[in-house]
Ligand binder design. Structure first.
Ligand SMILES: [Zn+2]
Length: 185
């Protein structure tokens, strides 16, 4: 037997227990929701990159207690440095703050899926977790094109959470490249 919806609903939609309606989007996501606010800091960093003519990618490095230990945005053009990716700068800042290279228990949040260099840096820094927004199908090394962070041949494998504020993170990039027109990227 198939149930047919009545043409006119006889009852108003019931409010979920506790009155927590999902006015702001989809159902609660216990994996990604804790990272929505910190990703906002990474998004702020990403916007700063464009001032120097750089592709808007931003990152923050959180300590085990959630404190911000490092932040960074893409400064490749601004500094003429091919390794000045947001993640590397955030990791370096956190290492300086902690006074050592082992970032045990720390979480890297970045607006775009890390490249091979940054995924490698996340492993070398012994990060606990990598959280990113938009996927990078062309160069991503945390699940898309490669999966450096979870390669079983490496002795340290950070947890990966993807798709946090994915749309906002991706829109920054598409808007940037649209504005850049046919300028070489
Ligand atoms: Zn990178």
């Amino acid at each position: 037997m198939t149930e047919h919806a009545p043409e006119t609903p006889s009852e108003p939609a019931a409010e979920p227990p506790g009155g927590r309606t999902s006015r702001h989007g989809p159902a609660p996501d216990p994996v990604r929701d804790p990272w929505l606010d910190p990703m906002g800091l990474a998004l702020e960093e990403a916007v700063r990159a464009t001032a120097g003519g750089d592709v808007p990618v931003g990152a923050v490095l959180l300590g085990p207690d959630g404190a911000v230990l490092g932040r960074g945005h893409n400064e490749r053009e601004a500094n003429g440095d091919p390794t000045a990716h947001a993640e590397v700068l955030a990791i370096r800042g956190a290492a300086r703050a902690l006074g050592g290279w082992r970032l045990h228990g720390c979480t890297l949040l970045v607006t775009l899926e890390p490249c091979t260099m940054c995924a490698g840096a996340a492993v070398l820094a012994r990060l606990r977790r990598v959280v990113y927004g938009a996927r990078d199908d062309k160069a991503g090394a945390a699940g898309s094109l490669w999966d450096v962070v979870r390669d079983r041949r490496l002795n340290h494998r950070p947890e990966v959470i993807c798709g946090v504020r994915e749309e906002e993170c991706g829109r920054l990039l598409t808007d940037f490249f649209r504005g850049a027109g046919d300028r070489d990227g």
